[in-house]
Write a protein that binds this ligand. Structure first.
Ligand code: PEP
Length: 254
């Protein structure tokens, strides 16, 4: 049984003070979080210390929004996976569509970041997903395969142990237009099938695949109720503790 993983991607929102008040409000509702659900908060880098202190001693994981593939060196403005680990992170987002779209990230850089995360003992959350034009052209599967093949090129099962995959159709991110539960389930089943072919049935069954794209309290239960949807990567609706709590509550499994 895969434990659902619900992650709050704050993007470039909230400073340390807002992170602290989010933590206070979120922890006040912690008793409503179903058991067996994993929660990850992924704030901007400058909030990591505040988030770590505010959630200390609670079963809430912290993640970074990105990492460089080198451990250390002359890369001004970059943060390494080892630095994230030393700051209390256990997860890192890799190749979020905004990174692909605005910062030129490629399959090759995704692969290098996956390896860096593994080296530092972090779990990568690898984001994949098609644009609306690609979906309309009937190319969803082709796009997902090319992102997966490129991202995992040359990697063995050991390199991707514990990795979480996030299916995030680009047309659903920040647009208010979520994939229907059936569209999301179809894509997730396809991704799991690909993982099975590449790494075998044991790995495919154990790997959690999150859905991301306009998840809100109103649509979370139906999306999270699909058999191959193992949690959500939530942007806008994770900025307020009350709304993220409602999404987390919707992840209970019978
Ligand atoms: C995201 O940032 O990964 C995301 C899915 O954003 P939103 O929930 O706002 O669509």
């Amino acid at each position: 049984m895969r434990a659902p993983v619900l992650a709050a991607n704050w993007k470039m929102n909230h400073g340390p003070r807002e992170a602290e008040s989010f933590a206070r409000d979120f922890l006040a509702g912690w008793h409503t979080v179903p058991s067996g659900v994993e929660v990850v908060v992924i704030p901007p880098f400058v909030d990591l210390a505040a988030a770590q202190a505010a959630f200390a001693g609670r079963p809430i994981s912290i993640g970074g929004q990105n990492c460089h593939w080198e451990s250390i060196g002359a890369f001004t403005g970059e943060i390494s996976a080892e630095m994230l680990a030393a700051s209390g992170c256990s997860y890192v987002l890799v190749a979020h569509s905004e990174r692909r779209q605005y910062f030129g990230e490629t399959e090759e850089s995704a692969r290098k970041r996956i390896l860096a995360a593994h080296r530092a003992g972090l779990k990568a959350i690898l984001c994949v997903g098609e644009t609306l034009e690609q979906r309309d052209r009937g190319e969803m599967e082709k796009v997902l395969v090319s992102q997966l093949e490129g991202g995992f090129l040359g990697l063995g099962e050991g390199d991707v142990a514990g990795l979480v995959l996030a299916y995030e159709p680009v047309w659903a991110i920040g647009t208010g237009r979520n994939a229907t539960p059936q569209q999301a389930q179809d894509a997730h089943a396809f991704l799991r099938g690909w993982l099975k072919g590449r790494f075998g049935p044991r790995y495919a069954e154990a790997t959690r695949i999150q859905y991301g794209g306009s998840v809100k309290p109103e649509n979370a239960r139906e999306l999270l109720g699909q058999p191959d949807i193992d949690g959500a990567l939530v942007g806008g609706a994770s900025l307020k503790a009350a709304s993220f709590l409602k999404i987390v509550q919707a992840a209970s499994r019978p």
